[in-house]
Design a protein around this ligand. Structure first.
Ligand code: PLP
Length: 366
């Protein structure tokens, strides 16, 4: 069978095993598994679901959705304050990342990102035949602006910035985005998947830079990861260009309706974000009290933990798995050596993690 040379050495996206697999492996019930590895919301917008359920029989599932997604774009415009013509809804932020890559990257071109970061940037870039250059972040995980700029030659197609960054939780200041946008012809993507937790955005720069593209999602703060709704914010000109590579029907009508309800009734999202932020700060303090290692400050819905030197993150990860608690193990990446990432859940979820960790640390430290 013939296939692209690229896939002979390609490193695909990896994730923790499924809930069913973990339950079967450790003799647990799937319902007892606590997933704190996916950076999703611990609750779902039940009022949006109930309202949709009532209207379900009238939904024209026999027809394609409105390909220009007019109503959804209006709802996104109202939520963000960005112009209607500068919005493209996508099938999750991941599809936005893919579409942007198709427009701005090609075989032999260069994509640059501050690393560690969301691994799909590398994957989407390499799928276009581009070379991915990771510029290591500075102490404290800030972007190395000079390092980024020095990697931007005339073959550079995309600069990936992520704010707040997954997995480090810090924000890229608007001044950094502005500097990078003004010093390159390449497309500068700011992934703001966790925007609602930080409140910081590069949006005010959109009117000045055609090469700026912001990517967002309803998968996190809005609690709609399964609905697969993301969106692109850019200038009208840039949106016209990006639309050339967009599949015509990648969003389903049922999911569009859910997204519109969530965007128009935002008190659920606001309350959820408030709870997660206050829990995040409480958990951070408790983790420090447990002397688990270094817990980095975060403006997102997760915490990055560098496990103390005398313990191995893999071992802590595995012991938690045995108790049905799944964290993201990032320790294989040299830039996040001995690190685990924990999504913040509801108080009860977080207390379960803290209790288990406390017990494990006592066992491991003897
Ligand atoms: C930075 C970042 N961007 C995008 C995504 C994917 O978002 P979506 O579910 O909208 O595809 C994630 C998911 O974890 C993420 O962390």
């Amino acid at each position: 069978m013939r296939y692209r040379e690229l896939f002979k050495r390609f490193e695909p996206y990896t994730w923790e095993p499924s809930t069913e697999q973990i339950a079967a492996q450790f003799g647990l019930k799937p319902g007892d598994i606590l997933r704190l590895d996916l950076n999703t919301s611990p609750t779902r917008p039940t009022s949006a679901l109930k309202s949709l359920a009532k209207r379900l029989p009238e939904i024209e599932v026999n027809l394609y959705p409105d390909t220009s997604y007019t109503s959804l774009r209006e709802a996104i415009a109202e939520y963000t304050g960005h112009e209607f013509e500068g919005i493209i809804p996508t099938n999750g932020a991941d599809e936005a990342i893919d579409i942007v890559s198709r427009i701005f990257l090609e075989k032999g071109s260069i994509a640059v990102a501050s690393v560690p970061t969301y691994s799909y940037f590398r994957i989407a870039s390499e799928l276009q035949g581009s070379f991915f250059r990771g510029v290591p972040r500075l102490e404290g995980f800030g972007d190395d602006v000079e390092g980024i700029l020095s990697n931007l030659d005339s073959d550079a197609g995309v600069v990936w910035l992520c704010s707040p960054n997954n997995p480090t939780g810090n924000v890229t200041p608007a001044q950094v985005v502005e500097k990078v946008c003004s010093e390159t012809e390449a497309c500068v993507v700011v992934d703001e998947a966790y925007y609602e937790y930080s409140g910081a955005t590069a949006m005010p720069l959109l009117s000045r830079f055609d090469n700026l593209v912001i990517v967002r999602t309803l998968s996190k703060a809005f609690g709609l990861a399964a609905a697969r709704i993301g969106y692109i914010l850019a200038s009208e000109e840039t949106v016209k260009l990006i639309n050339k590579a967009r599949p015509p029907n990648s969003l389903g009508t049922i999911n569009i309706k859910l997204a519109m309800h969530a965007l128009k009734n935002r008190s659920y999202m606001r309350k959820s974000v408030e709870t997660i932020i206050s829990e995040r700060e409480r958990v951070r303090g408790e983790l420090e009290r447990l002397e688990v290692g270094k817990v980095y400050p975060s403006q997102a819905n997760f915490l990055l933990i560098r496990i103390r030197e005398d313990l191995r993150a893999e071992e802590v990860h595995e012991m938690l798995l045995r108790e049905g608690i799944v964290l993201r193990n990032l320790s294989q990446n040299p830039l996040t050596r001995n690190c685990l990432r924990a999504t913040i859940g509801l108080r009860g979820h977080n207390n379960r993690l803290l209790r288990s960790l406390g017990r494990l640390l006592r066992v491991l430290r003897g």
